[in-house]
Design a protein around this ligand. Sequence first.
Ligand SMILES: Nc1nc2c([nH]c(=O)n2[C@H]2C[C@H](O)[C@@H](COP(=O)(O)OP(=O)(O)OP(=O)(O)O)O2)c(=O)[nH]1
Length: 131
Amino acid sequence: MTEPIVVVGAALLDADHLLAARRSAPPELAGRWELPGGKVEPGETPQAALARELREELGVEVEVGERIPGEWPLRSPYVLQVWTAKLFPASPDPKPLQDHDDLRWLTREHLWDVPWLDQDVEAVREVEGRL
Ligand SMILES: Nc1nc2c([nH]c(=O)n2[C@H]2C[C@H](O)[C@@H](COP(=O)(O)OP(=O)(O)OP(=O)(O)O)O2)c(=O)[nH]1
């Protein structure tokens, strides 16, 4: 069996808002919303991977917090794990530099206003309790 490869997603929180990111690629995922992040590289910790991905994709500097319990299957061999994160005070605001074409800070009230990727819905439900 192929070993699963972890994709880390950020529950990037600011007060009572969660950052949602709209994918611009690949075509089958474009237009749907996700927790920004990406694949953990060999030898990298999930926390380091998440900080790197958010720097590359959004231009932000984050402090990674705790893991949201659970693991969600993506297209084989990938699995999604989610960690909380918050912007360092001196961080620039997030911008959709790479992989995304729109960003939104959502309150709990508006959390389901965007079409999340199907495979992210359970993870977002877990995050919902933190808002
Ligand atoms: N980042 C992220 N990817 C997700 C989520 N849900 C989901 O199915 N995916 C998929 C999309 C991609 O196929 C894969 C992650 O790839 P990616 O393109 O974000 O990661 P990456 O920057 O490391 O990829 P690469 O271009 O270097 O190959 O997981 C999610 O919530 N966040």
